[in-house]
Ligand binder design. Structure first.
Ligand SMILES: NC(=O)c1ccc[n+]([C@@H]2O[C@H](COP(=O)([O-])OP(=O)(O)OC[C@H]3O[C@@H](n4cnc5c(N)ncnc54)[C@H](O)[C@@H]3O)[C@@H](O)[C@H]2O)c1
Length: 381
């Protein structure tokens, strides 16, 4: 290996453990990275799971206690792919050990936890990022570039939805493996922290900060069997959440998320309406950006569907040839590539823990507003 190795330790071998392992393996094949990501160790709770994961993805070693992994001298970066209730403790230990940290979203269960994490990484001066990966889908990055070029003019409206349908059955238990998202003690919240956090991160990246929100939430199934206790227990997460927002730039926001939209598996969409142009994006068709430009001659004016595969489009010169698209997993490859470039250049890679903490504050304000049935002001810092 001619390049300097960058040894990664991944904690959590589930959905995101797989997505990130895939990204570390591919990033240096497609991007000219200053360092070579190395799958040095993975960590699961049992030796059987950890060994199987290490074998499948090509990790050099494995651990069953994340603390041991964090202490290891041969690990440069800790990647947190475990449920939300573990992020804080692992991040604090990793920061104290001087490791770079890549943490899954949401940063924490709430802003109070997030604040401690931001403080820890900034005090330790360790590189850090949070996997709000949708920023790095080329069509979404292109939307950012078009907005930053001023092509939309003044923005009036921002609309986002994230719709799923997997918790409709009242027979579905809560808690434990695979179902921790329904357990507030582990997840922190329901769709607000899980799905809307993505929408909020993208929205603030594209359209600036959010000042105030007014929200409503609902828990449609009030009780479910808890997998860990075996008892029927109250469900305390938000199954659905809708909120209005006022952005700092004067535009109005409308956000909705639910796991009760029959027929939708992961329908993340956003639309932005500006003075001169509008943009629309849809995760189910993620390589396309819909664009309407009022400056077009009226006889041909209309929504166009931009196939984001040309070489001059974000990230696309690294992949195939124009016309051939990429997918969901590539957003993680892009985040690895940007993070490794940032490390070598001594630059932060957004979203940092501090950036992600802004999203925590919006989530907290949304849940507060829903509880109080009042507008809530988003905290800063
Ligand atoms: N960026 C995204 O789009 C995205 C998508 C899905 C999940 N996530 C986030 O990623 C994180 C993990 O979610 P997931 O869907 O991969 O969950 P998952 O349930 O599929 O996997 C989590 C894994 O962590 C393991 N684990 C739990 N506690 C552990 C511990 N103490 N030590 C070692 N392993 C432990 C579990 O056994 C499980 O294998 C969550 O924070 C979630 O919000 C982000």
């Amino acid at each position: 290996m001619s390049k300097k190795p960058w040894n990664v330790g991944v904690i959590g071998c589930g959905f995101m453990g797989r997505a990130h392992s895939n990204a570390y393996r591919k990033a240096a094949n497609f991007f000219d990275l200053p360092m070579q990501p190395v799958l040095q160790a993975c960590c699961a709770r049992t030796a059987t799971d950890a060994a199987a994961f290490a074998e499948r993805w090509g990790y050099a070693s494995f651990e069953t206690d994340w603390r041991r992994l964090v202490e290891r001298k041969d690990i440069d970066a800790i990647d947190i792919c475990t449920p939300n209730d573990t992020h804080r403790e692992i991040a604090l230990a990793a920061a104290a050990a001087g490791k770079a940290i890549l943490c899954e979203k949401p940063l924490a269960r709430d802003a109070a936890e997030g604040a401690v994490m931001v403080e820890a990484v900034e005090r330790a001066k360790v590189a850090n990022t949070v996997w709000y990966n949708y920023r790095r889908i080329p069509a979404v990055t292109l939307a950012k570039q078009l907005i930053d070029q001023g092509r939309l003019g003044k923005v009036f409206h921002y609309r986002a939805q994230f719709l799923q349908d997997w918790t409709i059955s009242a027979e579905l238990p809560q808690g434990g493996t695979g179902l921790w998202r329904l357990d507030k003690a582990v997840a922190g919240s329901g769709v607000t922290g899980d799905l809307l956090a993505h929408c909020i991160d993208t929205a603030m990246w594209l359209n600036g900060g959010i000042d105030t929100v007014t929200a409503m939430t609902e828990t449609f199934v009030k009780e479910r069997k808890h997998n860990l206790t075996g008892k029927v227990e109250k469900v305390t997460i938000d199954d659905a959440c809708a909120f209005l927002a006022r952005f700092q730039n004067g535009s109005l926001g409308l956000f909705e998320s639910t796991r009760y939209a029959r027929g939708h598996k992961a329908l993340y969409t956003f639309e932005i309406n500006g003075e001169h142009a509008s943009i629309r994006w849809d995760l189910h068709d993620l390589h396309r950006l819909e664009w309407f430009d009022h400056k077009d001659e009226s006889v041909v004016r209309g929504w166009r569907s931009i196939h984001v595969t040309d070489r001059e489009m974000p990230y696309m010169s690294r992949w195939w040839v124009p016309g051939l698209q990429i997918g969901y997993e590539h957003s993680f490859v892009h985040q690895v590539a940007d993070f490794v470039d940032g490390l070598a250049a001594g630059k932060a890679t957004a979203p940092t823990f501090r950036d992600a903490q802004h999203t925590q504050h919006v989530c907290d304000a949304v849940l507060k507003s829903a509880g109080d049935r009042q507008w809530a002001t988003v905290k800063r810092g």
